[in-house]
Every structure is written in structure tokens, then in C-alpha cells.
Design a protein around this ligand. Structure first.
Ligand code: AMP
Ligand code: GLY
Length: 447
């Protein structure tokens, strides 16, 4: 076992809310040396780290690698899926340096849904029945021959936009046409997966995996749709909370036993050693929990409600995970509930309005009562030369509250979010509503 260097210099790849939450937690480690962040990182990240002068673009990895060598960077932490799919982990690993995240062969579980489906079938992992297609005619024939509602998914990465949940065959054929003929998602839609439509509550189960050891983190739920009551178009995520009682300990155990362990084992049998985060997007169906998708990274905005509850030294935890030494890491959770509310800019999830000064960040953080915390994580923000913070994306801030129970955490996060001011700011007030029904109605629990 190679102990984590102390001080440990870290480069964090990625520039959104997930990365600000990771940087915030990394910054609490007594082992952290210099934290480097992307040059175009948001204002929250810029306050915690030094901008890395080396380019991060895929075609310039050689320069980044030599910069890492010259600057004694011990640990690289990769947040988003795109660099993982490009193979950044394979490119930057070096003796004495660890890179947190799966290599390209493991990241394939996320960037190639057809592959992911095949691994699940081989490993007998419960998932929606489905098939992958590379020709429109065959996909259409399959849809028309089946008498059940289906979901059509582009196999490649589409920033969360490549899934169409269809109510009938005509809608499914239209989705196939859009992906396979019009190539609305480019090459990401060259292969599609058509699968049965499942019903139930959705939960996110994230685990740290070091190739062998699997540590399951407390389960979360995110709310993807823009409107209250889960209505309107999908977004990157309007809020999250952790833990969610929808995933009972028995559910989490069955996800570990029937999903995570067999998947990691199946990959290993194929010569793929998976290290990083394995994130199972689950549907709790009447027939038991089934996988909707795998991601191979921390979720966004799940991370904003996981990190404030995580106890332990994140530098050490990520170092050990990246090096196959997770066994023995001290990982534990604060018993309080965390709720994150995304404050968004007008126009989101379409083209958001940007460049507006943001006020009220300190006032939001000051909402917490005794025994509570409020953290304002930056997502789409930018730091101006005059020191002001302006909007620079659709999801602008993630306001996370930590409180005794979900109701209080949600109320506190909502009250804090209401203190954030910029023109056209909006957010959902009902994060957690699948557990906390409005007064006078019956809570909807797991199906
Ligand atoms: P994915 O990116 O595969 O997680 O899909 C995005 C969203 O589409 C999920 O969060 C679900 O709400 C929905 N979805 C995906 N697959 C299915 C399915 N088989 N049945 C019903 N809904 C699904
Ligand atoms: N919250 C969904 C995701 O990170 O993909």
C-alpha cells in the first residue's frame, strides 16, 4: 500500500456544481497541497483552487501530461463523463501519480449504452428488457412488433438528452427517425437501444469501486424535470437529496448484491478493472429494482447532497480508490439529511440568459439555524475581473442544506435559494416531494 503523499497536489478536471462540491470537500483535507482547477472553472472553484495553465483539450493531452510531471501533481480527479470517454485516465496515469476515474474501457459502461446492456445481460443484472440496433429498419420492425410502451435511447453520450420515453409506437418510430436518420445527436445516435418502459420510483445508488472493493454511498434521488411535480422537459437535474428513504437498506443491499458486484465481476472477467464511481440509476419497479443506466462518475446534482454528509478525508478516499486500496478507507455519513436546490437562469433547459450579476450568496449561506448548515455550490457562474460573480450557465448555483430531516432540509434549502437574486432566477420548491407530499395529501412511497 502506498500512503497518500502529504501534501498531495491535486488537479480537478471539470467546472460545474459537482466539481465545486468535490473541491469543497477536498479542501477540508489536512493532506491537500495545492488544488489546481480548470482555467474556465466557475467562481466557486476559482475561490478554492489555482487555475491550471496547461490546456485540458483532448488533442493537447501531451502538454497536460508534461505539466503534471513538472508540477508534481499526485492525484488527478476527473468529474465529467466526456474526458473519461476520451480516455483521459489512460493518458494521465504515471508512476507516482493516480487518476481518479475509470479508464476508457470501464467508462464505456456510460458512453456506450449498447455495451452496457450487453454487460448487464451477461452478468444477469436486472434491467429493462431491450435490444441494440444499428439500422433504422430493424429498430422500427422491433418497435412495431412489440405491444408494450418503449424507451428509445441513443447509445452514445448526449448530455442527458438522448432518451425518449414513448407512450406509443408512433412516438417511438419518430424518436428512431430523429436519432438514426436525422442524426440529431450525431454519431451518438448511430446505435440505439430500445427497451421496455418501466414504472416506479427512481433512485441513484453511487458506489466507490477500486477494481475489487465496492463501497456503496448513501442513496439519493434527483429531480430531472424542470417543473414542480416532475413536469416539463428534462434538465441536468433541478435538485437532489440524500439519503432517500425510497431506497431502504434492503433495496441498497440488493443493488449491491445483484447489480454492482456482478457488473464489476463481469468487467474483470473481460479484463477490465473498473476504478472510480459506478453510479447505478435504478427504477424501483413492482418486480424489484432494475437498472435504467450506468454512469461512471459522480452524479450532478447528487454530489452536492452527498459531499456535505460524507465524513472522512476525500483526498485519502479518492487516492485509495484510484490505487486499488479502498479496503480500509474510513467512509461514513453524517446522520442529517442533505437537500440541494438548483437555482437556474431564465431559459434553462433551453438557452439560458447569462452575464447577470448574482447577489445574495452570503445571505443564503446565513440561513442555517443551530445544528444546521447551508452551502452554496457554484455551477454556471463566472468570476469577472472586478471580482463580481455573474451567471454563466443554465444551472447557476446548487444551494444545499443539511438538517435533521428531509422536510427541514428542503425548507431550509428553499428559503436559502429564495435569497439568491439575479434577473429571471428560478428553482423548484418541491425537491423530495415523492417522500414529502404537500400537506393534506398522502405521501407517495415506493411502488
Ligand atoms: P437515462 O439517461 O438512461 O437514465 O434516462 C433518462 C431518464 O429517462 C431516466 O432518468 C428515466 O426517467 C427515463 N428512463 C430511462 N429508461 C427508462 C425505462 N426503461 N423506463 C422508463 N423510464 C426510463
Ligand atoms: N443526476 C444525473 C446525472 O448525473 O447523470
Amino acid at each position: 500500500m502506498t500512503a497518500v503523499p502529504s501534501p498531495c497536489n491535486v488537479l480537478l478536471v471539470g467546472s460545474g456544481g459537482r466539481e465545486h462540491a468535490l473541491a469543497w470537500k477536498l479542501s477540508q483535507s489536512p493532506r491537500l497541497g495545492t488544488l489546481w482547477v480548470q482555467q474556465d472553472a466557475n467562481a466557486g472553484l476559482r475561490a478554492l483552487g489555482r487555475p491550471c495553465p496547461a490546456p485540458l483539450a483532448a488533442r493537447e493531452r501531451f502538454f497536460l501530461r508534461s505539466w503534471l510531471d513538472r508540477n508534481d501533481i499526485h492525484l488527478v480527479v476527473v468529474g465529467p463523463e466526456v474526458p473519461l470517454a476520451e480516455g483521459i485516465v489512460d493518458e494521465l496515469e504515471a508512476p507516482g501519480r493516480r487518476v481518479f476515474g475509470p479508464r476508457r474501457d470501464g467508462a464505456r459502461l456510460e458512453f456506450d449504452k449498447a455495451f452496457s446492456k450487453q454487460v448487464m445481460k451477461q452478468a444477469n443484472v436486472p434491467t429493462a428488457d431491450g435490444r441494440a440496433f444499428t439500422t433504422f429498419e430493424q429498430a422500427r420492425a422491433y418497435v412495431q412488433a412489440r405491444d408494450v410502451p418503449v424507451v428509445v435511447k441513443a447509445s452514445g453520450l448526449c448530455a442527458g438528452k438522448g432518451v425518449t420515453v414513448c407512450s406509443d409506437g408512433a412516438e417511438a418510430v419518430a424518436a428512431l427517425e430523429k436519432m438514426m436518420k436525422q442524426r440529431a445527436f450525431g454519431d451518438a445516435g448511430a446505435t440505439v437501444v430500445v427497451e421496455e418502459r418501466l414504472v416506479g420510483q427512481e433512485v441513484s445508488v453511487l458506489a466507490l469501486v477500486d477494481g475489487r472493493t465496492i463501497t456503496v454511498l448513501d442513496p439519493c434521488q434527483d429531480h430531472k424535470q424542470v417543473g414542480e411535480g416532475d413536469t416539463g422537459p428534462n434538465t441536468g437535474g433541478m435538485g437532489s437529496y440524500c439519503p432517500t428513504p425510497l431506497a431502504t437498506p434492503a433495496v441498497v443491499e440488493s443493488v449491491a448484491r445483484d447489480v454492482l458486484v456482478p457488473t464489476v465481476d463481469a468487467l474483470r472477467r473481460d479484463g477490465i478493472e473498473f476504478r472510480g464511481v459506478l453510479y447505478a440509476g435504478m427504477m424501483l419497479t413492482p418486480g424489484g429494482p432494475k437498472v435504467l443506466e450506468f454512469n461512471t462518475r459522480f452524479g450532478d446534482p447528487e454530489t452536492q447532497s452527498i459531499m456535505p454528509r460524507l465524513r472522512g478525508d476525500l483526498v485519502d478516499i479518492l487516492w485509495r480508490t484510484a490505487g486499488g486500496e479502498l479496503d480500509g478507507a474510513a467512509i461514513d455519513f453524517d446522520p442529517r439529511t442533505a437537500c440541494c436546490v438548483a437555482v437556474c437562469a431564465e431559459g434553462y433547459p433551453g438557452t439560458p440568459r447569462t452575464g447577470d450579476p448574482i447577489e445574495g450568496i452570503e445571505a443564503a449561506a446565513a440561513c442555517a439555524g443551530p445544528g444546521e448548515e447551508v452551502h452554496v455550490f457554484h455551477a454556471g457562474t463566472a468570476l469577472r475581473d472586478d471580482g463580481s460573480v455573474v451567471t454563466a450557465g443554465g444551472r447557476v448555483l446548487g444551494v444545499t442544506a443539511l438538517a435533521a430531516d428531509l422536510r427541514r432540509a428542503r425548507d431550509l434549502a428553499t428559503a436559502a435559494a429564495a435569497r439568491i437574486r439575479f434577473p429571471g432566477a428560478f428553482f423548484r420548491r418541491d425537491i423530495g416531494h415523492r417522500v414529502l407530499a404537500p400537506a393534506g395529501t398522502v405521501p407517495v412511497l415506493a411502488d
